[in-house]
Design a protein around this ligand. Sequence first.
Ligand SMILES: Nc1nc2c(ncn2[C@@H]2O[C@H](COP(=O)(O)OP(=O)(O)O)[C@@H](O)[C@H]2O)c(=O)[nH]1
Ligand SMILES: [Mg+2]
Length: 482
Amino acid sequence: MFDTLSEKFSDAFKHVQGKGKISESNIEDALKDVRTALLEADVNFKVVKSFIGAVKESALGEKVISGVNPEEQFIKIVHDELASVMGSANEEVDLERAGPIPVLVVGLNGQGKTTFSGKLSKHLIEKKKKSVLIVPADTFRPAAKDQLITLANQVGVDYFDSDLSKHPGDIAKEAMAFAKEKNIDVVIIDTAGRLHVDDELMGQLKEVGEAIKSLKPEILMVADAMTGQEAVNVAKVFHETLGLTGIVLSKMDSDAKGGAALSIRHVTGVPIKYISTGEKMKDLELFHPDRLAGRILDMGDVVSLVEKAEEHIDEKEAERMMKNMEKGKFTVDDFMKQMDMMNNLGSMGSILKMIPGMGGALRQMGDLSSAEDEMKKMKVIIGSMTKAEKQDYKVVKESRIKRIANGSGNTESSVKDFLAKFRQMEKMMGGMMQMMKGGGMPSMPGMPGMGGAQDGFRQQPGGAKKPKKKGKKRGPWGGGFF
Ligand SMILES: Nc1nc2c(ncn2[C@@H]2O[C@H](COP(=O)(O)OP(=O)(O)O)[C@@H](O)[C@H]2O)c(=O)[nH]1
Ligand SMILES: [Mg+2]
């Protein structure tokens, strides 16, 4: 998420490094770079102007806090301003009122409306314990109904069997009446899109809005974060016509530059409520401006990481594994389960980025796809191992290697390679357990940045001496988080 922007920010901060205190002259270059970074990320120029003004004002007005170095102080100011430009706290769809609550999902074609409709219903059912009805109302593209029904079945949510020959406004009204009769809490209505804003689309959506106006619909516009300023312009038109109550930024997993996220709230006044971070139904997050600001500035997002872990990691399984490891046991089965847990959390890159300071390290490492390919290969090999072999890999000798290679479609040397790597891992795990018992963290071989000095957040010599507040700590593994 926003890799280039993160990198440019971390370069900009170097201008304040090693300075005694913040002054107009020493933040000038930093501000210039921040400004360029934002403009290059396709942030609206008015937003950039007011952002720079606000940062400058707070930076110069800030008292010198003894023990906190100017670079850290400056980063904190930029962080807070980034968060504030994106909104205040998280705002979700208002679920407190009596149902059925209509949620109208609007936006141009291909932005992710239908996908989001599925994700939101999953979220509301599983996390909010609501009953949900999903309503196909895209009368321009009849195939959209099948797409929505497929998602509905996947998520396990009821759908309304809309008659697409009717006007979408009527479909919406009928669906609301049906939901009322069935005591359904939330009704998600997936509407049509177009390639560009046009009068016919806006006219139609307006009629849908009017048809259910008395029910005070939540109107969410889905905008592809990759489209930057274009998304902001479209949101403006939609808001003027329909009165949006929220924005959903989709495709945040892609290499979006950040322009949409940083401008849309400021320009339209409409809060971003959710972010969509992948094609799977679980890839939906509530939008937290402060956490995203932290991620942009490589401060990580430990809160989200812990939440994700709590959601996706089987606690009992993890505990069992931990106990085994304490006894010095680490089997291929355990390894496989760990890989699965990791996969449930998201891609390797997306997880690592949530750890403070890892963003910079990741940029140095470059592409992680070879590591992910390697993991896939290991999984296939493990898939061809017998239960006994997975419990004790040492029994795997020549003939078994041949069998596993054939079974998994790999060469014998790949299998041997895997066994060698596993042996190494087993050793490392043993070493790690020793260290943990002894209270220290082991160093991680082959992972740049983990030492804390190369990751773009250098500590000043003689800099911060006081313990820092949560959210300010940027040296990875520096203590506290793990
Ligand atoms: N990578 C990624 N792809 C997405 C996301 N949301 C939707 N998509 C993909 O974008 C395409 C268009 O999505 P769809 O929901 O059909 O858009 P709609 O025309 O607005 O209903 C599909 O291929 C989706 O899988 C997302 O958050 N991340
Ligand atoms: Mg659609």
